[in-house]
Design a protein around this ligand. Structure first.
Ligand code: ADP
Length: 266
């Protein structure tokens, strides 16, 4: 009963949000944040109003990826309550723990504190009217995931994995979690990131550094929609570090890969 009432509250709070898409990965470092950021930008490209909630409390990357590190959001009074106003960059409404506190302070938080911070992203942030709220989830399958999925009416999850065995093993745990009766959130599909590398001087060659088509095979095994491959591209890494995500860079090939994901699934 507790869970139900939480969800109801969240639905009222996020009443202006039409679709909530959680981007998840079993393992850290597979490109979950990169995919979440570029998915948000790809959706906004079509004219949708899009927000990006960085729920990766222990490793917030949205401030760096969007080049808003050190900026602080404003407050606004809504129905007598002080609400945090998301920061807007490249047309996306952003919220991250890194925008509220010194990033290194959250690293030592225990689970309950991290979970309550996430709840505040729902209760205390004025998301307004959005077509999509993309949530960059923490890696893995822990308490924060359960809190979020039981609080927020998530429309569906996008699973990001690299093709290598260790990442796939963890992705399976994620699939199991979202399929559980306790959570039971629809899986929109699976993205295979860092699928291959093509050197500029050998444009027809693909090198499968982390193994070939591991994500695609996993999607087949679990009968999940396969949303596509994102290659390893130096500009993706550079853009991530420099506050210029691929979708707003001049890398048109990579942009097409991210656009395809939204075309297939969302
Ligand atoms: P996660 O959210 O899973 O921890 P990130 O999105 O932060 O992963 O990505 C980890 C690092 O890998 C970042 O430096 C990011 O820029 C880089 N990266 C992610 N995807 C790619 C890619 N397809 N090609 C090159 N670098 C990538």
């Amino acid at each position: 009963a507790h869970t139900t009432s939480n969800r109801k509250d969240a639905m009222q709070l996020l009443a202006g949000v039409k679709n909530i898409i959680a981007v998840v990965s079993g393992k850290g470092g597979v490109g979950k944040s990169t995919v979440a950021a570029n998915l948000a930008l790809a959706l906004a490209e079509n004219g949708a109003a899009v927000g990006l909630m960085d729920a990766d409390i222990y490793g917030p990357s949205v401030p760096i990826m969007f080049g808003v590190r050190g900026q602080r959001p404003m407050m606004r009074e809504v129905n007598g309550k002080g609400m945090i106003v998301p920061l807007e960059k490249y047309g996306i409404q952003l919220m991250s723990i890194g925008l509220l506190i010194d990033e290194k302070d959250a690293v030592v938080w225990r689970g309950p504190m991290a979970s309550s911070a996430i709840k505040q992203f729902v209760t205390d942030v004025d998301w307004g009217q959005l077509d999509y709220l993309v949530i960059d989830m923490p890696p893995g399958t822990g308490d924060i995931h359960l809190t979020l999925l039981q609080t927020v009416p998530v429309t569906g999850v996008v699973i990001v994995t690299t093709p290598q065995t260790v990442a796939l093993a963890d992705a399976k745990k994620g699939i199991a979690m979202f399929s559980q009766a306790q959570v039971n959130v629809p899986i929109i599909g699976l993205v295979e990131n860092m699928a291959y590398f093509t050197p500029a001087e050998l444009p027809n060659n693909k090198y499968y550094l982390f193994g070939k088509e591991g994500g695609k095979k996993l999607a087949e095994e679990y009968e999940l929609p396969f949303l596509g491959q994102i290659p390893i591209v130096q500009t993706i890494r550079e853009g991530g570090d420099n506050g210029l995500p691929a979708m707003v860079s001049n890398d048109t090939i990579t942009q097409e890969a991210f656009r395809n994901i939204t075309n297939i699934a969302i």
